[in-house]
Design a protein around this ligand. Structure first.
Ligand code: FES
Ligand SMILES: [Fe+2]
Length: 471
């Protein structure tokens, strides 16, 4: 597939319109941070599946990874009022976040300093932090309030019994915490690429839906299933009519961030000989009745003044429809925003387990956590939507945990049947991936050089943590 907009073919990229070609045909000037590619030379060595299946590897992660990163522990709207708390557990760590009277947020190790019970079992409103075992109590700022039977704890008099704190930073509406006192500030730790979000202002968004499900696969295997669009051709064939899967852009930044940008409103290179009208029909079909409402229901019928033979017709029509829908939804002005930023899938990952999508469409946020054992993880999906101008963001709904015998279709009313169907397809793969990695005879996992470069990048950074090179 070639046409007037295609740049000269590169042997290391899928033929056809590249994402950069699409940016060059954008109805608005595409920003530099979309045009610029960013790669890092990486090897092509196979991965050993025991990374995903061995308890010893998970133990190394518990010792060297989780205590040494910035964690996405909460969204601001999870805890809007003074006294609101969030409990965040990951691997064997357990953190308690508390909104203070002055609006700041403190984070503590969620452990009673008496005999080590978890201080709170779950989030919610707190007037103080009282342990349910014997009643040791702390003020919400972490200072000690009360010791029961003080005559029996004379040996602790004069000791600092304030709750040990974690560092907290607030970024784009996400509450980030780390227990490593020596880590650089969050933005510095991320490094190049983090500035892209300054244009997307996720701090002006709030959580519209929040879904969790335990996946029967290692947290890394699950996260990696969302790092590449390579699998769409076989796993998600229903999106090929409007998703240029194989022409996705993959960019790597520093150690802690990478991205895939998968163009929407463009035909997959795996599908031949279909018109722009077909693309519009297919995306309309996918989104019809989809509660997400990303595109106009009439997106396939109103060409909005663009020429019917424009090779980027579908993208232009859908982008313009989205500008109008989003402006009506939230009162913001999208008139100068590139087609790409109101249309495409910007799946950014922040090392190791946090994926806040970029762009200006209602943003998806993924988070993955080890759960129970190496063979399970908790995957969370949030949908952020832009808060209407002049209004306060509503408090986030609690996480809706899907049962382990249930599919994502059970939450189709929250995330739309199109997206729910896609997650169910991914879920079906992952249990088999985990089993397959255990059964592997040659003990080699092979990666595509470009389309799976984000997995390689992620694993390289993980090795740096486990090997002591980072943080
Ligand atoms: S363990 Fe908390 S009061 Fe005893
Ligand atoms: Fe998928």
């Amino acid at each position: 597939m070639t046409d007037a907009l295609s740049s000269p073919a590169r042997a290391d990229r899928c033929p056809g319109q590249s994402y950069t070609d699409m940016l060059n045909g954008d109805t608005r000037p595409a920003p530099d941070y979309l045009l610029a590619e960013s790669s890092i030379p990486l090897d092509d060595e196979p991965l050993d599946p025991s990374r995903y299946t061995s308890e010893a590897f998970a133990a190394a992660e518990r010792a060297k990874l989780w205590p040494n990163i910035w964690h996405f522990a909460a969204r601001e709207e999870d805890m809007p009022e003074p006294g609101d708390t969030v409990v965040y557990e990951i691997a064997d760590r357990n953190y308690l976040l508390v909104r203070q009277e002055d609006g700041s947020i403190r984070a503590f190790h969620n452990v009673c300093l008496h005999r080590g019970r978890l201080l709170r079992d779950h989030g919610g409103r707190a007037v103080h932090l009282r342990c349910a075992f014997h009643g040791f109590t702390w003020h919400n700022d972490g200072s000690l309030k009360e010791v029961p039977c003080p005559w029996d704890f004379r040996h602790l008099e004069g000791r600092n019994l304030s709750l040990p704190q974690l560092r907290v930073e607030r970024w784009q509406g996400f509450v980030m915490v780390t227990e490593n006192a020596g880590l650089p500030p969050f933005r510095t730790w991320i490094g190049p690429g983090v500035e892209h979000y300054d244009n997307w202002r996720l701090d002006e968004c709030h959580t519209m839906a929040w879904i969790g499900r335990v996946f029967p696969a290692n947290w890394k295997a699950t996260a990696e299933a969302f790092m590449e669009a390579f699998h769409a051709v076989v796993t998600h064939p229903q999106i090929l009519g409007f998703t240029a899967d194989a022409n996705s852009r993959y960019d790597l930044y520093g150690d802690h961030m990478n991205r895939a940008i998968t163009p929407n409103g463009a035909l997959s290179p795996h599908v031949r000989g279909r018109s722009q009208r077909y693309v519009l029909d297919k995306i309309t079909e996918f989104l019809q009745g989809d509660g997400g409402g990303r595109f106009a229901e009439d997106g396939g019928d109103d060409l909005r003044g663009f020429a019917p033979d424009d090779p980027l017709l579908a993208r232009k029509v859908l982008a313009q429809a989205n500008r109008e829908i989003f402006a009506a939804m939230d009162g913001h002005d999208y008139s100068a925003v590139s087609d790409s930023e109101v249309l495409d899938n910007f799946t950014y990952n922040i090392f190791p387990n946090f994926a806040p999508w970029g762009g200006l469409v209602p943003n998806i946020v993924y988070r993955w956590r080890p759960w129970r054992d190496v063979d399970h993880c908790l995957m969370e999906v949030r949908i952020l939507t832009r808060t209407p101008k002049g209004t306060r963001p509503p408090k986030a709904p609690p996480m809706h945990l899907i049962g382990e015998d249930e599919t994502f279709m059970t939450v189709a009313h929250l995330i739309g049947p199109g997206l729910a169907g896609v997650f169910d397809q991914d879920l079906a793969n992952l249990e088999a991936v985990q089993k397959g990695m255990k059964a592997s005879a040659n003990r080699r996992i092979e990666l595509a050089h470009y389309q799976e470069s984000r997995i390689r990048h992620f694993q390289r950074t993980l090795d740096k943590y486990l090997g002591g090179e980072l943080p």
